[in-house]
Design a protein around this ligand. Structure first.
Ligand SMILES: *[C@@H]1O[C@H](CO)[C@@H](O)[C@H](O)[C@H]1NC(C)=O
Ligand SMILES: *[C@@H]1O[C@H](CO)[C@@H](O)[C@H](O)[C@H]1NC(C)=O
Ligand SMILES: *[C@@H]1O[C@H](CO)[C@@H](O)[C@H](O)[C@H]1NC(C)=O
Length: 416
C-alpha cells in the first residue's frame, strides 16, 4: 500500500509536469492501465492514449458506430463530456483520422477524497498507533499518505528544528488502515498528517497528539479470585500488569477493582495501588463477580477497559474460577436475600460493613492523615523521577525533551 502511495506521489508530480508541458501522453497512474476518472455532474475530459497531444481524433462509445466527437472539435486528442452521468461510465474508443491508430479508454466516475477520520491510541508509553477511515465513500481507488512530526514550541533552538521535520509514519504491512509512531517521547507533542488521495485529488486530516491525552493501558491480566480459609466474608484477588505495558521504573500503573454478588445490580469499587486486594465484606457462600482495570499512576490518559469478570465464592476452600450455571446463581441470590434479609435494598449491599471491616475503618481513619501526607510526597517524587528518567533516556534518543529544554542544556546529544 505504502509503495503504491509513493509511486502515486511520483505520478502526481508526473501529472503536474504533464499539465505544464502539454505535449506528453495521457496522465496515467491509477488502477488498471487505460482507466480515466471523473466526477458525476461535472465536466470530464478523456484523453486518447498513444497519440501526441493536439492530434485530431474521432471518438466513439465501444460497440457503437455513432460519432461522439469529430476532429473539428478543436480539442485535439481530448473528448469533453459537459456533465458526466453514471450512464457515461464505460469504454470509449478513439481513432486517428487515417484509422491507423486506435486507443481505448475506460471512464470511471466517483468523488474526490474527503478529510479522513483519524484517531490515535497508545496502550503503552512507547508507541502510538493511529487508525483512519474515510468520511465519505469516493468509489475510486484510494490510498493514504501518513506522516508525523514532533511539534516544537516557539523559541526553541533552531539547530534542533530538524527534529520537527515530517517523517513517514510506517503503515501496517498487511494493508490495515493503521500506522505506528515508534519510540515516541512521553512529554512531546506530535502532529499527525493523514492524507487521503484518489485520482481526483487529496484531502488532509491533521491531528495533534500527546501521550498524556491518548494513553490507555490494556486491561490487567491473570485475575484470580480465591476464598480465604477461615474467613467466610473474605475474597483475595490478584492480577498482573498487562503484557503490553513495559515495566520500567517510574511508569507504573494504578488499579481499580470492582466486585459484587453475581448478578447483583451494583458494583462496589476499591482502588488498590498494588497487584492484590483483600475483599472483607463479601457475602458468605455467594459467588461474587470481580473485575479490575488499570491507569497510568500519574493519571495520564484514561482507565483501561475492564478485565474479563472472574468469579469467586467466599467460605469455600477451593478455587472457584469456573463460571457456574447462571440460573443457579440467581436462585441462590434470591433465596439468600428473601427470607433472612427481607428489607435489604440492593444498593445497600456495598455499605453493609460489619465485623472486621468496621474495625478496619477506625484504623484506616487514624492512618488517613499520615497517608495523605505520604502520598503527596510520593507523587512528587515519582513525577520528578520520571522526568529525570526520561531526560536520561533522551541522551540515547536525540531530541528527547527538545520542546522543554534548549539543546545546550542537554549534554551529549548528537546532531541529526
Ligand atoms: C514499540 O515498538 C518497537 C519497535 O517495533 C518494539 O520493539 C517495542 O516492543 C514496542 N513497544 C511496546 C510496548 O510494544
Ligand atoms: C538539518 O537537516 C539538513 C538536511 O536534512 C542538514 O543538511 C542539516 O545539516 C541539518 N541541520 C542540523 C543542525 O542537524
Ligand atoms: C500532509 O501530507 C500531504 C501528503 O504527503 C502533503 O501534501 C501535505 O502538504 C501535508 N500537509 C501538511 C500541513 O503538512
Amino acid at each position: 500500500m505504502s509503495s503504491s502511495c509513493s509511486r502515486l506521489s511520483r505520478v502526481l508530480v508526473a501529472i503536474a509536469t504533464a499539465l505544464v508541458s502539454a505535449s506528453s501522453p495521457c496522465p496515467q497512474g491509477w488502477g488498471p492501465p487505460g482507466v480515466q476518472y471523473g466526477q458525476p455532474g461535472r465536466p470530464v475530459m478523456l484523453c486518447c492514449p498513444g497519440v501526441s497531444a493536439g492530434t485530431p481524433v474521432n471518438w466513439f462509445r465501444d460497440r457503437e458506430s455513432r460519432l461522439l466527437q469529430g476532429p473539428d472539435s478543436g480539442l485535439g486528442n481530448n473528448l469533453v463530456l459537459a456533465q458526466a452521468h453514471s450512464t457515461d461510465e464505460g469504454i470509449y474508443i478513439c481513432r486517428t483520422l487515417d484509422g491507423e491508430l486506435q486507443g481505448i479508454v475506460t471512464l470511471k466516475l466517483g468523488y474526490p477524497p474527503a478529510r479522513p477520520v483519524v484517531s490515535c491510541q497508545s496502550s503503552n508509553y512507547e508507541n502510538i498507533s493511529c487508525t483512519w477511515s474515510p468520511s465519505q465513500v469516493s468509489g475510486l481507488p484510494t490510498c493514504y499518505l501518513t506522516s508525523y512530526r514532533m511539534k516544537m514550541l516557539p523559541g526553541i533552538d533552531q539547530e534542533r528544528a530538524n527534529l520537527s521535520a515530517w517523517k513517514p509514519c510506517p503503515q501496517d504491512p498487511l494493508g490495515n488502515p493503521r500506522c505506528v509512531i515508534y519510540w515516541a517521547e512521553f512529554w512531546s507533542q506530535y502532529q499527525m498528517n493523514v492524507t487521503e488521495v484518489n485520482p481526483l485529488g487529496a484531502s488532509t486530516c491533521l491531528l495533534d497528539i500527546r501521550f498524556w491525552d491518548i494513553l490507555r493501558p490494556d486491561p490487567p491480566e491473570g485475575l484470580r479470585v480465591e476464598s480465604v480459609p477461615g474467613y467466610p466474608q473474605r475474597l483475595h484477588a490478584t492480577w498482573t500488569y498487562p503484557t503490553s505495558w513495559p515495566q520500567k521504573p517510574h511508569f507504573t500503573l494504578k488499579f481499580r477493582l470492582q466486585y459484587r454478588p453475581a448478578q447483583h445490580p451494583a458494583w462496589s469499587t476499591v482502588e488498590p495501588i498494588d497487584l492484590e486486594e483483600l475483599i472483607t465484606d463479601a457475602v458468605a457462600g455467594l459467588p461474587h463477580e470481580v473485575r479490575v482495570s488499570a491507569r497510568d499512576f500519574l493519571d495520564a490518559g484514561t482507565w483501561s477497559a475492564w478485565s474479563p469478570v472472574v468469579l469467586g465464592t467466599p467460605g469455600t476452600e477451593s478455587l472457584t474460577n469456573e463460571i457456574p450455571d447462571a440460573g443457579k446463581i440467581h436462585t441462590q441470590l434470591v433465596d439468600s436475600m428473601a427470607p433472612s434479609r427481607p428489607s435489604l435494598q440492593p444498593d445497600l449491599w456495598p455499605l453493609d460493613h460489619r465485623g472486621p471491616l468496621g474495625q478496619m475503618a477506625v484504623l484506616l481513619s487514624l492512618g488517613v492523615f499520615s497517608f495523605l501526607g505520604l502520598t503527596a510526597g510520593a507523587l512528587t517524587l515519582v513525577f520528578w523521577l520520571r522526568l529525570r528518567w526520561s531526560r536520561k533516556d533522551g541522551i540515547q534518543k536525540p531530541g528527547f525533551l527538545a520542546s522543554m529544554f534548549p539543546a545546550d542544556k542537554l549534554p551529549g546529544i548528537p546532531d541529526l
